[in-house]
Design a protein around this ligand. Structure first.
Ligand code: SF4
Length: 368
């Protein structure tokens, strides 16, 4: 929920939140812009301007924490951009993408016209985030479409976040160019991994899914270059009606061509954006998706490659694979059906996406 400052006239800003004197002192020492809530009055520092917000806004700030980071817009609206209690914080680089995957949870409009975050703003945001942050995701769209300037931002992440796990979500195509692979090698933080989707074992099928000719060969070449430079790679396989019969071949391709990858994530779809638009071509029930992926999962594990299952509710997966199921859906998107109420495993189950619950509500069956 956004907060509105009534008398704001300072332009776009990132600010940290201070709720006590010690945090205020630390933020002054760090020379960061911040807001300080002092006995229900809000001040902007370092200028010490008194900000006018209503009682609901004060109440919301009191429910947040020291070192949370907000973005303030020129019209005074304020949005939370970093939550110190969450492991789901992210940098959104751009909504644009050079592929157009039929099962993308973003809509076509965003891919073509999506918002972009200025690289200097990403750098400023990163300066506000505490250096002991456990996990940060760098995402888009395709974040590497923003050009070479992104490496300045990535380099800052390396300088500041020594222990943070950094996850880069990318289609990997840009790294077919050796220049970009080298720039990433020279700037990437130590504890980083790139998550790159491969949709099929052949260029024909992969490119049909990305709706982009040449994308398969660029992605595979990019992955090979990054592996050669010692960069850790997670391969993502999103299972749909279009590629389910090829998953086994894809596992064999990975074992043969790129066995050095860190692990494989087999992923059930999020039915929003393009995925929802193409629902009739794409959707298969969770159990069917798991059935088609089973042999591939065993094959990969037997060849020493770790596998994780993302977005699969436990009741749709064979119990022998529960230990590789991740609770991968963000808390604000996760839903359970009324059938889940009596389920003994609800606490361990990652549920389903809000955008998918109405499609497969009846497939969920309480485990008792
Ligand atoms: S019934 Fe609901 S809580 Fe139980 S495993 Fe299925 S989706 Fe998860």
């Amino acid at each position: 929920m956004g907060i509105k400052i009534e008398n704001y006239a300072e332009g776009f800003k990132y600010v940290s939140l201070a709720l006590d004197e010690q945090t205020k002192k630390d933020l002054i020492e760090d020379e960061l812009d911040f807001i300080f809530l002092d006995k229900k009055e809000l001040f902007l520092f370092p200028s010490r301007i008194k900000l006018e917000i209503n009682a609901d806004g004060i109440c919301e700030l009191l429910h947040h924490n020291n070192y949370d980071v907000y973005e303030i817009w020129p019209d005074g609206r304020m949005y939370l951009r970093y939550d110190t209690t969450s492991v789901d914080n992210y940098f959104f680089v751009t909504g644009k993408c050079n592929s157009n995957c039929i099962m993308c949870p973003s809509p076509d409009y965003t891919r073509k016209n999506g918002d972009e975050t200025n690289i200097e703003n990403l750098i400023t945001l990163a300066k506000h985030i505490p250096s002991d942050s456990p996990h940060l995701t760098i995402t888009g769209g395709e974040p590497f479409l923003s050009g070479e300037d992104i490496f300045k931002f990535i380099f800052l992440l390396r300088e500041k976040f020594h222990k943070t796990e950094c996850l880069f979500l990318t289609n990997g195509r840009i790294f077919a160019l050796d220049k970009y692979a080298k720039m990433l090698r020279d700037s990437i933080p130590n504890n980083s991994i790139l998550a790159i989707p491969i949709h099929a074992s052949t260029a024909e099928l992969h490119d049909r899914i990305t709706q982009t000719k040449g994308s398969f060969s660029q992605t595979i070449l990019g992955i090979k270059r990054l592996l050669r430079y010692g960069i850790r790679i997670e391969i993502r396989i999103v299972v749909s009606k279009v590629n389910c019969e090829d998953i086994n071949n894809l596992a064999e391709f990975i074992i043969r061509e790129i066995p050095q990858v860190e692990y494989i994530s087999v992923i059930a779809m999020e039915m929003t954006g393009n995925a929802f638009k193409n629902k009739d071509r794409l959707w298969i029930p969770y159990k069917e998706a798991f059935y088609y992926a089973s042999d591939a999962i065993n094959k990969l594990i037997n060849n020493g490659i770790d596998v994780k299952l993302y977005n699969f509710p436990l009741c749709t997966v064979d119990p022998s694979c529960w230990m590789i199921c991740e609770r991968s859906i963000s808390p604000n998107k996760v839903r359970y059906s009324e059938n889940c109420d009596g389920c003994n495993y609800k606490q361990s189950c990652g549920g389903v996406f809000a955008g998918t619950i109405n499609i497969e509500r009846d497939e969920l069956k309480a485990i008792i």
